[in-house]
Design a binder for this molecule. Sequence first.
Ligand code: SF4
Ligand code: SF4
Length: 446
Amino acid sequence: MAYKLADEVYIVDHQDSPILYAPFDGVVARITPEMAREFEAARVDGTLPSRETIATLNSLGLVVPSDRPERALRGAWDESFKPVGVVYMVTAACNLRCTYCYADAGDYPVNLYNRQMALDAAKFVIDNAHEAGGDTAYLNFHGGGEPTLDLELIQTVVEWGRDYASTTYGDGIHVNASMVTNGLVSKSKAEWIASNIDSVQVSHDGPEPVHDLQRPTVRGGKSYSRVREVIQEFQSRVPDLMIKATISRATVARMPEIARYMCESFELDRFHFGPVLGTGRGRSVIFGEPDPIDFVRYYYQAQAIADEYGKTIVVSGALSTFPNVRRTFCGVTDPNFSLTSDGHISSCYEIMYDDDLRAPHAYYGRYDRESRSFVVDGNRIAKLRLHDVNAISKCKDCFAKWQCAGDCQARWYNSQTGDLETGADVRCEINRTLIRDRLLEIVSVS
Ligand code: SF4
Ligand code: SF4
């Protein structure tokens, strides 16, 4: 029988102790620099490694029969469209003017969300969930701007959807509602949300000086006190509550302080810290993307503080996936059924304006008012399903690819030109460093 080197094997550089990492075979091993060089040569141009290297690879189970099937995960060409969840991109309006907003919220004209379309979308996903034999349909309310500025839409859709599901399918379909909010909401709105929404993500950047520095109101006022109160109102009432703090260049060194503040202020087990995404106002010099080395360094300090409280700081999708493998970061390849206020269907929550040059990469259909149906391009859908980490050249030889899965696709394209970005960015550096550290921990190399 003929043999070959296993595919999906990576060499992770680390000083003079490289690591061999085969995520699909569950292998992490310390190797010599010479062995790493031989392995790379074998992979690039088929040069036969030395007997010693072959023996080591063999003992790790990485010399395999030449007819062993490819190990990469791939999507399949599939034009069907039966989503069981919808994402409403509720409004472009916002009552805050965050210094780093990726979506330039508040800078776009505001169109009132088409009510009939919203209800038709709810019916569509509830019927699909029933047809698929599932027990849950998902109604998600998302940005561009602040969804609670049109809470009346959210109330109408959630109440109508639950009523429709129970009248039509009895107890068969649960309608799960989720939303994001900046937390600057009135008492009566907060009360309705706490009583009716299953999952809420509130953006809150930390103690008062940090939060108010980055998240001023539309008139330049402070938002800290009300946001903190709202989170406390949601605690123990919203079944799945999450706080997300955005870390900019200006606040990266304060991550440990932010961690202590979160742990002492809120009765939650986990807090999400995410680096600014360098699009929209996130291109700011002061409040833009943090230095990746600083981010990782201060993350470890922040987690050490959270450990004192028995809590977790989540900073990277790649890290939370490890050691499991995946080919896509989010539902963008499903594709997501995200509906803009004027009826475009986008696979990405961030790409929602017609003048966004990334729109051709994400739009795949629209709502037809006459037939009250969702008209989609099956060819686009099938292409989106294949559009995962396998599709991007910069990820091809990256050792973090099967955990990172290319991360958020919105950053694959330049938001000003629509062109594919080819180089590693801040999030690549963060993901790779965190995964490398985890691998080093496994093989105990300091
Ligand atoms: S690609 Fe990024 S912005 Fe778009 S839906 Fe996925 S996570 Fe959200
Ligand atoms: S770290 Fe960067 S290059 Fe590596 S898989 Fe993620 S997005 Fe791709």
